[in-house]
Design a protein around this ligand. Structure first.
Ligand code: FAD
Length: 416
């Protein structure tokens, strides 16, 4: 009986294990958590728009009906491609195939103080830490209340939009926390760099309209307990610096027997296997996957989910004695939600540009498809998200720290 070991239960690992489990293949899925966390909704947790349990789903619930999938909660410390194995909690687990899907972590690019004093946003634990910190700060209303977000990619823009919204709502309520400002600092000249010029301008104007302070063309040169120093010689006083300034592969990628590629990621061939290791796959944010134009595909949920599924299909083909197929990415486009009523999307491979509610509908469609890998009922998410996008009411809810639930109706709760 074929045994597949999957390292990491993010969007890629879940898609792979689920597909193999449906076909009755023996799978051992290893993750440090006993739950799957949905990263695209982490900033909603950090800004108290969603409770943490709503973006984390127990792995036991996801795989309940798939008897051939065994889930192990343990820290992975080593990968051995030659042996198709990993080491987790001191135990070596070997498969006929190994799928590495361990995601990414923040890359501070050696910026002094960044690792020590800034908040990354990669896990539910990160988001909860940030939420508690912000709520303590705003509760005490001790200056400086300003929040600095480093990096103007989709994560930075969405997070800045959410914090600008929070401060605006606090001001409306005459809450002393309303003195705070949300700053977005971007080294490059444009926000949302991979998008079109029209989208750059739209994102900038909407953020400013929502109350964010945007600084373009300046880098953060250091972070300390009192704020950030910028490359133009100025400083912003802040105790809340959020790092959305770049990412690199999960450190376990470096334990493998290959030289890491760009971003510390594992380079893979078109069929998603690692060169010279026919039965070893790397998928999602931990990997550099070549696109049709030869350039690596972006670190996106859709890429991770589709690649995880594709790796499973190639393993199933190998089991049947058929050749593996090169990964064909179905590009759904790129999109970002900037705040209530404001979103931008460039839909499909041809990047058809839309803004406002139509862009939000596209964002929603893509997120619902991503969530459907872990949650069978995404209608609750759709109704929560429309309510958020459409109404000002939930802005007030945020300030009380009693957010509206998505209401997944799970009977098992993750142990966050
Ligand atoms: C804040 C934020 C917002 C985002 N928003 C969007 C968006 O709107 N749209 C979009 O398409 N993409 C978005 N992304 C990117 C998207 O979330 C990722 O591309 C996607 O989650 C990658 O999936 P993955 O399975 O490769 O990795 P992950 O989802 O990161 O999963 C990796 C898993 O491996 C586990 N793991 C890692 N190392 C170890 C170890 N040593 N031991 C045990 N377990 C380990 C982790 O616990 C985790 O469960 C966002 C990312 C972030 C951080």
């Amino acid at each position: 009986m074929t045994h597949v070991v999957v390292a990491g239960a993010g969007l890629a690992g879940i898609a792979c294990a689920h597909e193999l489990g449906k076909k009755g293949v023996d799978v051992t899925l290893v993750d440090r958590n006993d739950y799957h966390q949905f990263q695209p909704l982490l900033y909603q947790v950090a800004t108290s728009q969603l409770p943490a349990v709503d973006v984390a789903r127990p792995l036991a619930s996801i795989f309940r009906s798939l008897d051939s999938v065994r889930v192990i909660q343990a820290e992975i410390t080593d990968l051995d491609f030659e042996a198709r194995s990993l080491v987790a909690a001191g135990e070596t687990i070997t498969g006929d195939h190994l799928v590495v899907a361990a995601g990414a972590t923040a890359n501070f690019f050696g910026t002094p103080g960044a690792e020590e004093f800034s908040y990354p946003l990669y896990s539910v634990v990160d988001a909860e830490k940030l939420r508690h910190h912000v709520s303590d700060l705003l509760g005490g209303a001790h200056d400086p209340l300003d929040v600095v977000i480093v990096g103007g990619g989709p994560t930075g823009v969405e997070t800045a939009g959410a914090f600008a919204e929070l401060f605006r709502a606090l001001r409306k309520m005459d809450h002393p926390g309303g003195r705070g400002e949300a700053w977005l600092i971007n080294h490059g000249p444009d926000l949302l760099a991979p998008f079109s010029d029209k989208s750059h301008t739209y994102a900038h104007d909407k953020l400013v309209e929502h109350g964010a302070k945007v600084r373009l063309g300046v880098g953060v040169t250091s972070v300390d307990a009192e704020g950030v120093a910028l490359s133009d010689g100025t400083r912003i006083a802040s105790r809340t610096v959020i790092w959305a300034g770049g990412e690199s592969a999960s450190p376990i990628a470096a334990t493998a027997d290959t030289t890491p590629g760009r971003g510390g990621r594992i380079d893979v061939l078109a069929d998603l296997t690692v060169a010279n290791f026919d039965e070893v796959y790397a998928v999602g944010d931990v990997s550099n996957i070549p696109g049709a134009d030869g350039k690596a595909l972006p670190q996106l949920g859709s890429v991770a989910q589709q690649a995880g599924l594709w790796a499973a299909e190639n393993i199933l083909r190998t089991i049947k004695g058929k050749p593996k197929k090169p990964f064909a990415y179905r590009d759904k486009g790129i999109m970002a939600m900037i705040g209530r009523g404001a979103a931008v999307a460039e839909v499909g491979a041809h990047r058809h540009e839309v803004e406002g509610p139509l862009a939000f509908a596209a964002w929603l469609g893509v997120h619902a498809a991503l969530l459907s890998g872990a949650h069978s009922k995404v209608d609750a998410f759709l109704s929560w998200a429309w309510d958020y996008f459409d109404s000002d009411h939930s802005a007030i809810v945020e300030c009380h720290g009693d957010p509206k639930r998505i209401a997944w109706a799970d009977d098992v709760k993750p142990t966050i």
